[in-house]
Design a protein around this ligand. Sequence first.
Ligand code: HPA
Length: 254
Amino acid sequence: MTDIALAVIGGTGLYKLADLQDVETHQPVTHYGALSGPVRVGTLGGHRVAFLPRHGEGHSLPPHKINYRANLAALQALGATRVLALNTVGGITERFGPRVLACPDQLIDYTWGRISTICEEPGTEVLHVDFGEPYTRSLRQEVIDAAASAGVVLVADGCYGATQGPRLETRAEIVRMRRDGCDLVGMTGMPEAGLAREMGLDYACLAIVANWAAGAGPDPDEVITLQDVLDNVAAASSGLPRLLSALLGARATR
Ligand code: HPA
């Protein structure tokens, strides 16, 4: 068990954490089966940080096949209590265009057929955790403050709509999601956030907008390509190392 200041879960286009030093890899066996791949544990600015790419190395797992429970349980077994989830998303409303970073404060779950609780096995205690505020307020605030102190522009709210994928959405689905109040759309935000709450982990989402969601941008006929997604994630992530350093540094001085 190591004392881990922060666990980071990487999304599409985010398979490595720049500047992670003295890396060891761990792949704990969990009660829930196999995780997405090895967890890289190293130091960043003097703090122990764990990094796990959600889709596996080489993006081999689609969103509905990710073992979210095993991933979180593995991070917890390694000593993590705080998880920053990096999620690549599409932008639905005006403030969330490509390359925007956002720290959503709400979510709506449209996924189905995923194991979404740790209360699955017979004999486990049934939990009805409070989820009115799905992300941990204190960790969100730390992320928002870290972005401000690092000079990284971040939208400090927003509603994340989690869809099933792996296909992207129809324009009508995005119209419906906008009407529902979603600002962002992604495929991996749930059940991860709900499981983190059940497991007692602090959890916040840093969403990276890779594209306008279907029909939401200035060109309603735009076709979303993986290359655009990856290019925009790479560009939008340039401030991430600074943001993470500020987040870890702020923790040290609290
Ligand atoms: N929809 C769902 N998930 C996504 C998108 C999108 O447009 N872009 C990146 N992840």
